[in-house]
Design a protein around this ligand. Structure first.
Ligand code: FES
Ligand code: FE2
Length: 450
């Protein structure tokens, strides 16, 4: 493969991206890794962690992306600060992983910083003859929170987080993601570019082939839409809710939605353990005894949500004040530029975060977060699983396994001389072409000054 002149693809009209075509360079060319490192990652809001991962004063966590490491720390007033993880003496990373600290101590020459970023100890400070302590403050990226997530941005001039996320906060504030907690947390090194991995979860078009078992009781025909740098996909038309067979099967709409709904939520619980919760499954099963078989489909779906809400409130997990109109507006799946995906539901949500793996365009670090509502204190103990080879772990569930089986094959196929670029579906995969237009706009910007 020839190295790409970073200027050439960026100078082309619309950067070579059409609604039905995405050039392949961005997935496989190391030039893009360098450009993204210089112009994308330092300029975007990205999730460092969730707030509950640093619940108490002194709790900290390090977030790594490309060559950067950022410490996020809980202060005594419960605010959150972020610092570049670099000792101001000779640059050693100050800390790693997560834990609780009274101060940050460098293990090379013993300098020490207070949690507020001011320097505390400079060993043999007199040798400098009056060093400017102000200059030794730990350097700070921006930090803000939304939905229980801690976001950081290395561009001090970035627009405010909420503005950047627009219209996502307005649509999802009613879901109260800040009250969700981890049901499970898995990170895996996938054998594909971070964008290949992300896009495997950024369209519903693959479901009919990659996850055929989902068609029996769930429609998979989708449309996609774009919002600023972000995008989403959702069901192609209303009046064909989950519990009914995919429209592509050509089967009639069921007289009784309930059995299909129970089967679908059972399948999701068995094969994914995300989005819908055990409480949703119990609510679906309750439909079979507490509702008439001829009920209107919207009544069936509304009742399932009401049954789940009753159980959640009784268990102390609480329930958001939202209705079917909120679910319709939220759709099925959102891409939050550049590297987050969310599949939302009132009782559970599935989040993905993709990051490059060093300078390797052919692999990425992929986080999968299943979140759900719990009564305070009833959430499971957080365990962060890390898997370097997805095939070595046997408990992904069938759905993620099916998705992972495409990763390496896509990454390799894209390198072929016989593959010019992705012929993305202009209706169902707009989220992908839009992603690449936005990405190229970022890559055409000047580097972020430090
Ligand atoms: S590099 Fe940190 S104290 Fe020297
Ligand atoms: Fe999938």
């Amino acid at each position: 493969m020839t190295a790409v002149d970073p200027v050439r693809p960026l100078a082309a009209p619309d950067h070579g991206v059409r609604d039905d075509f995405v050039p392949k360079d961005a997935y496989i060319d190391p030039a893009y890794v360098r450009l993204e490192k210089e112009r994308l990652w330092p300029r975007v809001w990205q999730v460092a962690c969730r707030e509950e991962e640093i619940p108490d004063p002194g709790d900290y966590l390090t977030f790594e992306v490309t060559d950067e490491s950022i410490i996020v720390v809980r202060m005594s007033d419960m605010s959150i600060r972020a610092y570049y993880n670099a000792c101001q003496h000779r640059g050693r990373k100050l800390t790693e992983g997560c834990g609780t600290a009274k101060n940050f101590y460098c293990r090379y020459h013993g300098w020490r910083w207070n949690l507020d970023g001011t320097v505390r100890d400079v060993v043999d400070e007199q040798d400098w003859g009056g060093i400017d302590r102000g200059e030794l403050r730990l350097k700070e990226p921006l930090v803000d929170t939304w939905g229980g997530f801690v976001f950081v941005n290395m561009d001090r001039d970035a627009q405010p987080l909420r503005e950047y996320l627009d219209p996502i906060p307005e649509i999802f504030d009613p879901f109260e993601f800040e009250k969700f907690r981890y049901r499970w947390y898995k990170t895996v090194v996938l054998p594909a570019n971070w964008k290949v991995a992300l896009e495997a979860f950024n369209e519903g078009y693959h479901v009919q082939t990659t996850h055929p078992q989902l068609l029996r009781d769930n429609d998979d025909m989708t449309v996609s839409a774009t919002f600023g740098p972000h995008s989403m996909f959702t069901s192609a038309e209303g009046n064909w809710p989950m519990g009914a067979p995919s429209r592509r099967l050509g089967l009639p709409f069921p007289d009784d939605l309930r059995p299909g709904l129970v089967r679908f939520v059972e399948l999701m619980e068995e094969q994914l353990k995300a989005i819908w919760t055990p409480r949703d499954l119990a609510a679906a099963r309750r439909l079979m005894t507490d509702l008439d078989d001829g009920s209107d489909p919207m009544v069936v779906l509304g009742s399932m949500m009401r049954f789940a809400a009753e159980a959640a409130i009784e268990e102390g997990a609480g329930w958001p004040n939202l209705g079917m109109e909120n679910l319709v507006r939220a759709g099925q799946d959102w891409h939050i530029f550049p590297n987050l995906i969310v599949l939302p539901y009132p009782d559970g949500a599935l989040w993905y975060r993709a990051r490059p793996n060093g300078d390797d365009p052919d692999t990425c670090i992929y986080d999968i977060w299943s979140l759900a509502r719990y009564a305070p204190g009833a959430e499971p103990k957080l365990t962060r699983e890390f898997h370097t080879v997805w095939e070595d772990h046997e408990e992904w569930g069938k759905i993620l396994e099916q998705d992972f089986q495409n990763m390496h094959a896509v990454q390799q196929g894209m390198k072929s001389r016989g593959f010019p670029g992705s012929r993305v579906n202009p209706v169902q995969e707009r989220a992908i072409s839009h992603f690449h237009r936005t990405l190229r706009r970022y890559l055409a910007m000047p580097p972020v000054s430090s």
